[in-house]
Design a protein around this ligand. Structure first.
Ligand SMILES: Cc1cc2nc3c(=O)[nH]c(=O)nc-3n(C[C@H](O)[C@H](O)[C@H](O)COP(=O)(O)OP(=O)(O)OC[C@H]3O[C@@H](n4cnc5c(N)ncnc54)[C@H](O)[C@@H]3O)c2cc1C
Length: 470
């Protein structure tokens, strides 16, 4: 008894200090407020769970894989029906988000799908040899399309001078065109916040530690003040984009080797204002109809590029953004890569492909009429197969506690399916197997735990054979 009384003050002090330095235990903490984290937060917001979303940036998103005003969103995919489903389901889920926000009321206007999606026929230019597979996928995926497989058809249908052995298909589905990731993030966070999700900006997770079988300790640091705090969560969702490997290092170091962050550049160009305004109305229409585009007609991955109109400048001139999903390079410093200037070759890649594509569309301009405005170095993470993971993460011992979910390796396909990936992650958090929708169940399987574990085993095997560093 004497001992208890003697030690009581220090025990009390310890309890008070603990209470001050920690707070309530959240049901779920989501790390990262890009497209994936924001989408997961929205889908979890209706579950009754207490959810906290932490984001290291300000509420205005300024870097990350989701940076920019436009991403191509389209239903057709020649290779695999899952990408078609992911886009279509995302459109459907976005309609629900918009309907919810509409009910809440807008301070100065209304919420509309058109704020997020710009419906604009998506052009795909490819080698004629892909015709059978492409045609079959367009029919199977119920795409509204027009397809030209030779010069005459291309001139008649689109006014485009197609080269030999090249075809062109245009997709006309509603909400196929471009998606604005910045605005989608804002809308998702607003919807989630309305439904009770707490959001903290300038809050960087510096350490993630499993606590026995009882959830996670999440150490955070305020990026302005440097002040640190310990948070507790029963479950954690990692949606840290290219930073995923670093975030999960202490939980399972294999993850960093499974998702490889790569730099991808974007060049922004425009036709000089006088020259643009001198184009005939038909030529302007022709230019606008040609974007967004994915062009793989050169054959081989290195020759392919994607391009879209990012926005119109104050003189009404379209700003054309161009990049290549296979123009990837390794990263020295993830925190600094975003500021890296484009090399001369990279600028030339954007410039030459744009000039050639405008020529194909019979928008004939002089090479000196096209102006490079600026470039941007962006990053995305790639899995070996370029198919993302939306999965539970096993701990160091290889156990699956089903309390840590990661969305990672979203590469160049994440935006158009963002609403669906978040839905999948929310289902995993709630340990709800998908029973109703067989396609969604199939996708969850393909991106889920079984594959992740196999990939980890393959990594270990490679390491044991000396092909990889420890
Ligand atoms: C150049 C380029 C072109 C693309 N084109 C297309 C396209 O045309 N169509 C398409 O569908 N997709 C496209 N994508 C893919 C799509 O944009 C990405 O897959 C998607 O944006 C990934 O979102 P994310 O939430 O995973 O990552 P991010 O947007 O990077 O979000 C991660 C967030 O986590 C935060 N964070 C990281 N670590 C921490 C931490 N420790 N603590 C707190 N916060 C943290 C980051 O600040 C960031 O906000 C493209 C991607 C790129 C880069």
């Amino acid at each position: 008894m004497k001992n208890t009384i003697q030690y009581f003050p220090s025990l009390l002090l310890a309890l008070i200090l603990t209470a001050c330095s920690t707070e309530k235990t959240w049901d779920v903490i989501i790390v990262g407020g890009g497209l994936m984290g924001s989408s997961t937060a929205w889908h979890l917001s209706a579950t009754g769970l207490s959810v906290l979303l932490v984001e290291q940036q300000d509420s205005i998103y300024t870097y990350g894989s989701s940076m920019g005003d436009a991403r191509i969103a389209r239903s057709n995919n020649r290779g695999d029906d899952i990408w078609s489903y992911l886009h279509n389901r995302s459109v459907q889920e976005t309609e629900e988000l918009i309907a919810y926000l509409h009910e809440q009321g807008h301070p100065d206007g209304d919420y509309k799908m058109e704020d997020l999606y710009t419906t604009s026929p998506v052009t795909y230019v490819g080698r004629a040899a892909i015709y059978p597979g492409l045609y079959a996928s367009l029919e199977r995926q119920k795409v509204n399309y027009k397809l030209a497989s030779n010069l005459q058809e291309a001139m008649d249908l689109f006014g485009v001078s197609l080269k030999d052995s090249v075809l062109l298909v245009r997709e006309y589905n509603k909400y196929s065109g471009t998606l604005n990731p910045q605005k989608l993030i804002k809308h998702l966070q607003l919807g989630a916040h309305h439904k009770g999700v707490d959001i903290r900006y300038h809050t960087k997770v510096t350490e993630l530690t499993a606590v026995g079988n009882d959830g996670y300790r999440v150490k955070v640091q305020h990026t302005n003040t440097g002040k640190t705090q310990l948070l507790k969560a029963r479950k954690v969702v990692s949606a840290a984009g290219p930073y995923t490997g670093k975030l999960l290092q202490g939980i399972n170091s294999n993850i960093a080797q499974l998702i490889n962050p790569q730099r991808v550049f974007l060049a922004y160009l425009k036709i000089k204002p006088d020259n643009y305004h001198n184009l005939s109305p038909m030529q302007k229409d022709q230019l606008l109809a040609g974007y967004p585009v994915i062009n793989s007609s050169e054959g081989g991955r290195m020759g392919s590029f994607f391009s879209m109109i990012e926005y119109f400048d104050e003189e009404g001139v379209p700003i054309i953004k161009v990049g290549g999903h296979f123009q990837r390079s390794d990263i020295q410093d993830l925190d600094k890569v975003w500021e890296e200037e484009l090399s001369e070759e990279e600028i030339a890649f954007g410039y030459n492909n744009t000039l050639k594509y405008l020529g194909l569309n019979n928008v004939l301009i002089d090479s000196t009429d096209l102006q490079y405005i600026h470039g941007y170095s962006c990053v995305y993470s790639l899995t070996k197969t370029e198919v993302p993971y939306v999965s539970y993460i096993p701990n160091k011992e290889g156990e699956n506690r089903e309390d840590l979910v990661a969305l990672c390796g979203l590469s160049g396909v994440g935006a158009k399916g963002a609403m669906t990936y978040g839905l999948m992650a929310a289902k995993l958090v709630q340990q709800l197997p998908e029973k109703q929708d067989s396609m969604l169940a199939q996708i969850m399987e393909r991106m889920g735990y079984g594959r992740l574990v196999n990939d980890i085993e393959a990594l270990k095997e490679e390491r044991s054979m000396g092909h990889l560093s420890q």
